[in-house]
Each structure stands twice: as structure tokens, then as C-alpha cells.
Design a protein around this ligand. Structure first.
Ligand SMILES: Cc1cc2nc3c(=O)[nH]c(=O)nc-3n(C[C@H](O)[C@H](O)[C@H](O)COP(=O)(O)OP(=O)(O)OC[C@H]3O[C@@H](n4cnc5c(N)ncnc54)[C@H](O)[C@@H]3O)c2cc1C
Length: 250
């Protein structure tokens, strides 16, 4: 299903999408309370459907990986070359009976559905990896080539190289309340989220355990005495948070 248009309500807010089934061309309208645009390098085209004059948010950065025979890396461990000629990191990772080597970081002007690896990128990987593998791979040793585009946040200043552009996530809410989220690195944001969540849960647990350990008996007396008031306060808080969430996504 491909999103082909954003549907707006009478209040101007994004209230759904028009999609097309690419197998048979059939079009559908999908209504929603809120629309979240998480289409990677294509976020700008969706944002344009919402506000045609919007400023571009993403700059695609091409990354290429090569697949070589495993004999080029006689180890079950991956290697990382932290500093290459142009300052980028290169990996060689064992994968079944092959080894995957990459990557590059090449700024591209436009998002493309089928990105193509540049010969200069393939040469860069072969030359750099050749210094660390069992022997220098030739062009004819390349079994397969993968190319992908990372959705990097567009820099404010022109002329920045991709490795200088922020890879952190960006969240943007348009004037019509279309929510757009994008990130140049998936795992970093995920690990930060997991870390934050684990730390906050851990802190809450220790605070709770300390309160029970320190004031166990008085807390029990307090709960027995004010049970009705506490129950009412809890119910009000619960209903209040449901109303707040409902209001926020309207
Ligand atoms: C070569 C390379 C190496 C990378 N290495 C790493 C790494 O080591 N660690 C790491 O954390 N990250 C890495 N990344 C980055 C990571 O892949 C991206 O940050 C992540 O995929 C972004 O997730 P996303 O959900 O925003 O977009 P995507 O994963 O691109 O998903 C967007 C989705 O939207 C869909 N879509 C687009 N347009 C439409 C439309 N009009 N209608 C309907 N659907 C649509 C697409 O089909 C796709 O399914 C790498 C990227 C590349 C290219």
C-alpha cells in the first residue's frame, strides 16, 4: 500500500491517508485520529502532500556493503577498522560462508527507490578492506553489492559531509498536526530509549522498596486510615490521564 495523499478534516488537521494497492491499482481512504509519517528517506514527499511548501527535512546518505567469500576473513569474529582514509568506520562481518564488508557514506541529492552503488564506493571498500583481510579482494571477487539510503537530518548549513550531519532522531509536527519522525541511526535511538526506560524503572523500584523498608508500618496505618480518599484520588487520576491522552491525539 502506498500513501498517495494526506486527508484533512474540516479543521484542517491531518485525519487520514489515501493509499493505493500497488498490486491492482485499487485506492482506499484510511481515516485516523492522528497520522504519523515514518517513511525514512521519503518523509519529505509525505510532508509535501500535507503542506506543499514545506522545507526538506532529510538528506539521503548512501551506504554500500559488499559480499565476499569467507576465505577473505579467516575468523569467526568481525573486525572493525575505526579510522579509514576519509575518517569513516569500516566493518567486515562473517555471514554464513561469506563476509560482508562496508560501509560508505555518500551524500545523495534525492531519495531513490533503487539506489545504485557508485564504482568509487566499491573501490573504496575493496582498497580499505584489502589492507586488513587475508588478501586484497579484486572487483571480480565481489559476489553481491547492497546499497541503501540513510535518512539523515538535513543540515542547516550547505556543504557539510554526511559524517558531520546529525544522526539523532528528529520529530516534527506540521501546522496540520501531521507527525513526522525520522532517524539516521536506528539502534542508537532504540538503545537510548531502552536505557532511559530501564534506568527509570530501576529508580522507581528502589524508591518504592526503600519507602516500604523505611516506613512500612506507618504506610500501612496511613493506607488503612485514608483508603477511601486514596481510592477516589487514584480513580480521578486514571480517568484524568485517559482524557488527557484522548485530548492530545485529537
Ligand atoms: C547502508 C546502511 C547501513 C546502516 N547501518 C545502520 C547501523 O549499523 N545501525 C543503525 O542503527 N542504523 C543503521 N542504518 C540506518 C537505519 O537503517 C535507519 O535509521 C532506519 O531504517 C530508519 O528507520 P525508519 O523506520 O525511519 O525508515 P525505514 O526503515 O526506511 O522505513 C520506512 C518505511 O516507509 C515505507 N514508505 C516509504 N514511502 C511510503 C509511502 N509513500 N507509502 C507507504 N509506505 C511508504 C517504506 O517502504 C519503508 O517500509 C543504516 C542504513 C543504511 C542505508
Amino acid at each position: 500500500m502506498k500513501v498517495t495523499a494526506i486527508l484533512h478534516g474540516s479543521d484542517g488537521r491531518a485525519r487520514g491517508v489515501k493509499v493505493q494497492d500497488l498490486m491492482n491499482g485499487q485506492e482506499y481512504e484510511v481515516k485516523a485520529k492522528a497520522v504519523i509519517n515514518a517513511t525514512g528517506i521519503f518523509v519529505d514527499s509525505i510532508m509535501e502532500m500535507d503542506v506543499p511548501t514545506h522545507e526538506h527535512m532529510v538528506k539521503p546518505s548512501q551506504g554500500v556493503h559488499l559480499v565476499l567469500d569467507k576465505s577473505f576473513l579467516q575468523s569467526d569474529y568481525a573486525i572493525m577498522i575505526p579510522k579509514t582514509d576519509d575518517g569513516r568506520v569500516l566493518f567486515a562481518v562473517p555471514w554464513h560462508d561469506k563476509v560482508v564488508v562496508g560501509t560508505t557514506d555518500t551524500l545523495r541529492e534525492h531519495p531513490e527507490l533503487e539506489p545504485q552503488a557508485l564504482e568509487s564506493e566499491i573501490e573504496f571498500i575493496l582498497n580499505t578492506a584489502g589492507r586488513y583481510l587475508t588478501r586484497k579482494p579484486q572487483r571480480s571477487d565481489v559476489l553481491s553489492v547492497f546499497a541503501g539510503l540513510r535518512p539523515l537530518a538535513a543540515p542547516k548549513k550547505e556543504g557539510k559531509s554526511t559524517k558531520e550531519i546529525s544522526r539523532s532522531h528528529k520529530i516534527f509536527v506540521s501546522e496540520n498536526k501531521l507527525i513526522t519522525i525520522t532517524a539516521g541511526v536506528f539502534s542508537l535511538n532504540l538503545s537510548m530509549f531502552v536505557l532511559a526506560s530501564v534506568v527509570s524503572r530501576g529508580l522507581r523500584f528502589f524508591l518504592f522498596a526503600w519507602l516500604i523498608w523505611r516506613y512500612g508500618a506507618p504506610i500501612k496505618v496511613f493506607i488503612d486510615k485514608y483508603f477511601n480518599i486514596l481510592a477516589i484520588a487514584f480513580t480521578v487520576l486514571l480517568i484524568g490521564s485517559f482524557v488527557a491522552v484522548k485530548y492530545l491525539i485529537q
